[in-house]
Ligand binder design. Sequence first.
Ligand code: ADP
Ligand code: ADP
Length: 225
Amino acid sequence: MARLEINGVTKKFGTTTAVDTFSLDVGDGELVCLLGPSGSGKSTVLRMIGGFETPTGGSIRIDGEEVARLPPEKRPTTMVFQSHALWSHMTVAGNIGFGLKLRRLPKKQIAEKVDQVLELVGLAGYGKRQTNQLSGGQQQRVALARSLVLEPKILLLDEPFASLDQHLRERLREEVRDIQQRLKITALFVTHGQDEALALADRIVVMRDGHIEQIDRPDVLYREP
Ligand code: ADP
Ligand code: ADP
């Protein structure tokens, strides 16, 4: 769990202002969706929280620490991407345990943690499989497991299910919601799908042209007329 404070953050790419004085506080264990059309700045916000982009101005703090000043290995976030996330030459367990190996955890501990997280994402017993033998949905579960196993303070998800069919997307979003609540992990989820945001979020941040158009709870934002 962690507290995220974003204060007046701007990101410019040349003459393009991708994110414009964006401010948001996210509390411990909250799931916030960033919702908006393509090009509205959602990914850039997420990437700055993850430390993959440096803000042109403003500040992003996680539990009081400025993200841009942290070296990569100290960043308290992990990110789940839409696709191309897995290493196809490694087994499922190899993929999930890789980050722990880099942290020099003992093999036995890695194996235990990998098993735990496989169970959490509904893939118990899949550790020895090759990732290219998995379905699209299973691959995204592995990507999620690989992020969770590092026990991030904040989980960042960038349209993680956008390449899956509608049915699978709905199932996986329920699973993510369930896992997020069980672990009480603070999470940010980027989507351009209103249904997805409605189903998942404690709060929805509606973005347009790099700035926040509206922030509200789902039931307030989309109250039946
Ligand atoms: P979204 O995630 O809502 O689709 P993005 O954050 O990807 O929006 O993009 C916001 C704007 O910033 C877009 O105009 C996009 O083209 C631009 N942009 C994003 N990343 C870069 C980059 N690395 N270089 C140049 N322009 C970028
Ligand atoms: P999204 O699905 O979030 O809109 P995009 O397909 O727009 O993502 O962008 C994918 C990647 O390309 C991101 O890393 C983003 O930063 C980068 N990117 C987006 N727009 C531009 C751009 N105009 N110039 C250079 N890189 C860009």
